[in-house]
Design a protein around this ligand. Structure first.
Ligand code: LLP
Length: 420
């Protein structure tokens, strides 16, 4: 459920007409709803209420906007970060260092140090090599790094191959069959407090079965580690829950996820940790765009060219992803069209042969479910600048990320004298 609804024939974010935002801020622009973010944060937390003291860390990669992070910090969420940049954002948004988990397959020396100096709660180690490097840094720093070992359970998440992370051939984690020996060795390191295991098999999962299979393997590993005399007090179950991108699409609910987790982990005797991203932010945002013009080439449906492009919302071009596309002021008339951006490659296509509200040049429309992996994946391709972001709260709104003009990006470039 979200707070992007038609009121008096005009699509609103909460109580703000999207047409007002377009007039005052321009398009394209991402619009987030505070009430939706809070609702999703609470629904997810309530779904885990059967567990003892679960730790919830929002996956910052899904939406790193400071205002969005602040909303979630106010909800008591921690952060799952994968770079120094994300760590700095989580801290700036007021997330407690102890509630921050540092994931990622390629943390650099300086990122590991940054995490230690910030006093973060946990590092999710993705290889034995990373463990030794962190141990050495921690010893030099005079501290001990709390760690979970990320395992690769070799489970097919049955999602898009580019966002599947838990198959043996993927780069993530250590192979399950080597996890116990690696954990035991890392547990000898003075600089490390090996306290748990972590798993994340992929994103936009449309069924719970792969998660359940992966969690069962993690449960067996925890038992094996304890048999070997290792302490295991934490288990991080990652993120991955899918969200509906099409009106009416069915996805596992947070409640179903929560009860599956409670059932599978009942005897684990650990503090469970979670890293949801999309399920919190996805339906809390739309990308608001204006139709530049409609054109025909050949006999097929018209091309509706909008002012948003693949540089603003990369998911359709990158994963063939579907985003519902709706007029801000629908007339009731419908049409079939190809929805494209202005960028000079055919991949800059949001939808082909899409049945949608009838639109003409100048009309406003939204791509829905753009609150996760939207603005954060933007680029300035075709020298288009970076898209702005707005947060709505009831009947007011604020620009929470300025549009970065193409000229400002050009200002950061230099032509050396020796080029004449
Ligand atoms: N934890 C880890 C270690 C992750 O790698 C991810 C996402 C998450 C948590 C959050 O997963 P979520 O709950 O959002 O599914 N750009 C792609 C999605 C990439 C996801 C990467 N990892 C997309 O637009 O679909």
């Amino acid at each position: 459920m979200d707070y992007f609804q038609l009121k008096d024939g005009v699509l609103h974010a909460e109580d703000v007409a999207l047409s007002r935002i377009a007039e005052e801020v321009g398009t394209p622009v991402y619009v987030y709803s505070r009430a939706t973010l809070e609702r999703h944060a609470r629904v997810f937390r309530d779904a885990l209420s059967g567990l003892h003291d679960p730790h919830i860390a929002f996956a910052v990669k899904a939406n790193p906007n400071l205002a969005v992070l602040k909303v979630l910090a106010n909800e008591g969420y921690g952060a799952d970060v994968v770079s120094s940049g994300e760590l700095a954002r989580a801290l700036a948004a007021g997330m407690k260092p102890a509630d921050i988990v540092f994931s990622g397959v390629g943390k650099t020396h300086s990122e590991l140090l940054h995490g230690l100096e910030a006093g973060i709660g946990q590092f999710n180690i993705e290889s034995e090599e990373e463990g030794y490097e962190l141990a050495a840094i921690a010893e030099r720093h005079g501290s001990r790094a709390a760690c979970a070992l990320r395992v690769n359970p070799d489970v097919d998440a049955r999602t898009h191959e580019k966002i599947s992370t838990g198959k043996r051939e993927n780069k993530f984690g250590v192979p399950l069959d080597r996890a116990a020996e690696i954990y035991t060795r890392l547990a000898q390191e003075d600089g490390l407090d090996m306290r748990g295991v972590a798993v994340h098999i992929g994103s936009q999962l449309s069924t719970l079965e792969p998660l359940e299979t992966a969690f069962e393997k993690v449960g067996a590993l925890i038992a094996e580690l304890r048999d070997k005399g290792c302490a295991v007090t934490h288990a991080d179950l990652g993120g991955g829950l899918g969200v509906p991108y099409k009106a009416g699409e069915k996805m596992p609910s947070p409640e179903e996820y929560g009860s599956m987790v409670a059932r599978v982990t009942a005897k684990w005797d650990v503090r469970l940790m979670f890293e949801p991203g999309r399920v919190i932010a996805g339906n809390a945002g739309v990308l608001l765009t204006r139709v530049i013009r409609s054109k025909r080439s050949g006999n097929g449906p018209p091309f509706v060219v909008v002012d948003a492009a693949m540089n603003d919302l990369a998911r359709p071009a990158m994963y063939g992803a579907w985003h519902d596309f709706d007029a801000v002021a629908p007339t009731g008339d419908r049409m079939t069209a190809h929805i494209v951006g202005p960028i000079c490659e055919t991949g800059d296509t949001f939808a082909m042969d899409r049945e949608c509200d009838a639109l003409v040049a100048g009309d406003l429309a939204v791509f829905r479910t753009a609150g996760a992996y939207g603005a954060t994946m933007a680029s300035s391709y075709n020298s288009r600048g970076f898209v702005a972001e707005v947060l709505v709260d009831g009947d007011c709104f604020a620009v929470v990320a300025d549009r970065i003009a193409a000229a400002a990006i050009m200002d950061a470039e230099r032509v050396p004298d020796w080029l004449g």
